[in-house]
Each structure stands twice: as C-alpha cells, then as structure tokens.
Design a binder for this molecule. Structure first.
Ligand SMILES: [Zn+2]
Length: 233
C-alpha cells in the first residue's frame, strides 16, 4: 500500500489541464491580443481566472475521496499537489504578465524591464495546511475550487504591485485603477477607483473569494498625463 499515488495523480491532472487550456477560447483571445500589442492587465486577469478554473476542474476530476488513501488528504499528497500545480499556474501567469508589462513599457517609451513577483510560498503553505487538517476529504474539498482561482488571480495583483513599486522608484507616478465586475460587495465598491500609487487604499491588491474586480495598471496613462497637464490629481 506504499504506492506513490501523488505521481499518478499529478500526471493525470497535468494532462487534463493542458488539454483544457489548449481548447480555451479565452486563452486563445488573450494570446492574440498580446500578439497584436493590445493586451492589458484586464487580459492578464482574464487569463488567470481561466487558468485557475481549469486547474480546479482538472484536480476535481481526479482527486476524489475514493482516489485518496483512507479517503484522507495526507500532507505528502496535498503538499506536492499544491506546490506542483500552483507553481505551474505561477509560471503561466507571470510569463504572460511580464510579456504584457514589457509591451506596455515599450509603448510608453520606458526603458524598464517587467518585474516578476516571487512565488507566494506562504499562501501555498496555508492551503496545504487547511487541506491536511481535515478529518475527511469531503470537509475540505471546497478548497480545491474557488481558493485556487483566488490564488491564481493574486499572482496578477502581485505582478502589478511589483511593477508599480519599481516604476515609482524609477521616478514615475504610477496610477492604479480598480474596477468592480458583476455584483460587487460593499468592500469592493469601496475600493473601486483610480488612484495615484501613493494614495491608493492599503487593500487595493487584496480580494476575497469569488471577487472578479479588475486591478489595472498602464504606465502609458501616467506619461500622457505628465506631458499634457504636468500635474497630478
Ligand atoms: Zn471584488
């Protein structure tokens, strides 16, 4: 009974995940917009939600109470499952985000390189701990749904934060815009708006589960304002 089921599960999940991504209309559109130089952080956010959902669906296809030893999510499995799949999402999202950021920089005539945030190991550790703590798999099954999408979206928010802070240090005056999507809660409504980076609310990069708000940053916006009005609101 010491068979290593994590290896088999990861292989099945990876195949299903790749298949879903290759058939995704949203990803196809995002790649096309990047190629035509029109992608923004809105597309990065769309891509992250899609990749997060595809991952969640693929995991749920194969990780079931029956597929686990004693119907429990042991640390050995949850740790490898989360680190492997979420690192993969991190690579996909940061890859696309830095392509978009480099394009935005170029269009704005900035000779700055896109900055890539670190993989948030603490957040992954938190997910692994919650998965492992439960008595039965059914008690924690939900963690393999929306929290994986929220984690993947946070990679976008981290990318924006990293680039905004970097560009501010380089002497620019970045503006961040947060827009609500769907039926927002009061907390999200309160955060919506366009802010100079040093006046943005502390929670600008934070989100609750199922939050689809779009955080956007375009260095070109700052440049235009700088040239024509020479002042900042
Ligand atoms: Zn929201």
């Amino acid at each position: 009974m010491d068979k290593d089921i994590a290896i088999d599960l990861l292989k099945l999940i990876d195949e299903s995940f790749k298949d879903k991504n290759s058939k995704s209309e949203i990803l196809r559109r995002d790649i096309e917009l990047l190629k035509s130089g029109k992608a923004t952080y809105k597309e990065v956010n769309d891509l992250a939600i899609e990749v997060g959902q595809n991952l969640s669906h693929s995991i749920n296809e194969f990780v079931t109470a029956k597929s686990l030893p004693n119907e429990k999510m042991y640390f050995n499995i949850s740790n490898r499952l989360m680190n492997h799949t979420l690192k993969n999402n991190y690579d996909i999202v940061t890859g696309y985000a830095s392509d978009v950021q480099n394009q935005l920089n170029q269009v704005a005539n900035l000779h700055l390189k896109a900055q890539v945030p670190d993989f948030n190991q603490e957040k992954v550790k938190g997910l692994v701990e919650r998965l492992t703590a439960a008595e039965t798999f059914d008690d924690i099954k939900w963690i393999l749904d929306e929290p994986l999408v929220t984690f993947t979206q946070s990679i976008v928010d981290d990318s924006i934060q990293k680039n905004v802070e970097f560009q501010a240090k380089a002497g620019l005056q970045p503006r961040i815009t947060r827009t609500v999507v769907g039926k927002p809660c009061d907390w999200c409504k309160n955060l919506a708006g366009s802010y100079s980076y040093n006046k943005a609310p502390d929670d600008i990069y934070r989100r609750h589960e199922r939050c689809r708000c779009v955080v956007d940053y375009n260095p070109g916006d700052g440049r235009k304002q700088n040239v024509w009005t020479k002042d900042w609101k």
